[in-house]
Design a protein around this ligand. Structure first.
Ligand SMILES: [Zn+2]
Length: 112
């Protein structure tokens, strides 16, 4: 536990970016953009651009109402998972080109 705390305390402060919020959303070594929101069609999704150290990534959050019928709700969940797989493959194709692997095990793994 003490080691973990020391690791946090030793992070080097990084400057704000041109796109980050430059307020309480940023940390010492993590910078976050204001949320980009899509809410035109019933559900709501938020994208946030993040730089942590020298790595940048997209954080995606979504709130999608599920149907009260369990069968329809499960179809919604399966569809959302499939679309997330497609999204990951579409926006992060570089990994398969670098490794020569077409399938990413964590993405293509089926849930029970
Ligand atoms: Zn910042």
């Amino acid at each position: 536990m003490a080691t973990r705390i020391m690791a946090r305390l030793s992070r080097r402060e990084t400057p704000h970016t041109t796109w980050c919020a430059q307020d309480h959303r940023c940390g010492v070594a993590e910078h976050r953009s204001p949320d980009i929101t899509a809410d035109e069609i019933g559900g709501r999704a938020w994208l946030t651009r993040i730089r942590a150290g020298d790595v940048e990534y997209i954080e995606i959050r979504a709130r999608i109402p599920l149907h009260s019928n369990e069968k329809v709700a499960r179809w919604q969940l399966a569809t959302a998972l499939q679309i997330m797989r497609e999204l990951l493959n579409e926006v992060f194709p570089r990994l398969s080109r670098l490794t020569g692997r077409e399938q990413r095990p964590a993405i293509s793994r089926r849930t029970a």
